[in-house]
Design a protein around this ligand. Structure first.
Ligand SMILES: Cc1cc2nc3c(=O)[nH]c(=O)nc-3n(C[C@H](O)[C@H](O)[C@H](O)COP(=O)(O)O)c2cc1C
Length: 226
């Protein structure tokens, strides 16, 4: 197991259950198609994604769960023939919203008011500030901004999977335009950004036996001195 530090003092301070789960996780290349993730575990994974932090809390994305075997099979050629998409139990496509506009931002402000029992209009000033910042971007910048928000949700879901002993493989190796077409995402003002097949590793996946390749913690961390 890759230990985060060679220092015994630091290792003692770490929550080793969490670190062990993250060490157990690897980008799974071969799934066992016979093993299915339960609905309850899938819900936990999706909730962990929904709990991700996002800029202004705007959540400019959707999680598209593809369970249907035929559809996942059809996606393989548009995934550079990576078999995980079809072999896994489910494929979660995280898609960025392409319709972030004033109305969307105001709707999210209304949701915050409702959730926190605030008077309607209480967050109008804040909504104006968000609109000023987000709507001053070009359309392309806004899409890039929305896509950046996706990666914390991806990380949450991967960590949740690791804790649940469910395998996953983050994937950008696919053709977004083809996913958008096959999953009808364009019509829903969405574009596929990253993919997370989830399921259970195949015994034949030799990758599970490979040592993790990471920089030593001392090299990746800069402890800034004032
Ligand atoms: C954004 C992103 C895209 C990735 N795309 C692919 C992919 O298309 N196919 C694949 O097999 N692995 C993909 N990976 C997995 C990485 O190659 C893997 O996480 C990295 O080599 C570290 O290995 P580990 O996750 O097994 O520790 C991707 C990872 C990330 C974070």
């Amino acid at each position: 197991m890759l230990l985060p530090s060679s220092s015994p003092d630091l290792n003692q301070k770490l929550n080793m259950n969490f670190i062990e789960a993250l060490n157990w996780r690897y980008a799974t290349k071969q799934f066992d198609p016979a093993k299915k993730v339960s609905d309850a575990d899938l819900d936990t994974i999706l909730h962990s994604g929904n709990l991700a932090a996002t800029s202004y809390g705007l959540q400019p994305f959707k999680f598209v769960v593809v369970s249907d075997q035929k559809t996942r099979h059809d996606l393989v050629p548009f995934s550079y023939n990576q078999p995980q998409v079809a072999q896994a139990s489910h494929a979660i496509v995280i898609a960025a919203r392409t319709d972030v506009d004033e109305a969307f931002i105001r709707t999210m402000a209304r949701l915050a008011e409702k959730t926190r029992d605030l008077e309607q209009g209480h967050l109008d000033g804040y909504a104006k500030q968000m609109i000023g910042s987000i709507m001053s971007m070009t359309e392309q910048q806004r899409l890039q901004w929305a896509q950046r928000q996706i990666y914390i949700a991806l990380g949450n879901m991967m960590a949740a999977c690791a804790v649940l002993k469910i395998d996953s493989c983050p994937m950008e190796g696919f053709v977004p335009a083809q996913y958008d077409r096959l999953l009808n995402l364009t019509d829903q003002n969405l574009t596929a950004t990253v993919l997370l097949p989830v399921g259970y590793r195949s015994e034949d996946d030799s990758q599970q036996h490979c040592a993790k390749v990471r920089n030593p913690i001392e090299e990746i961390v800069i402890r800034h001195q004032a």
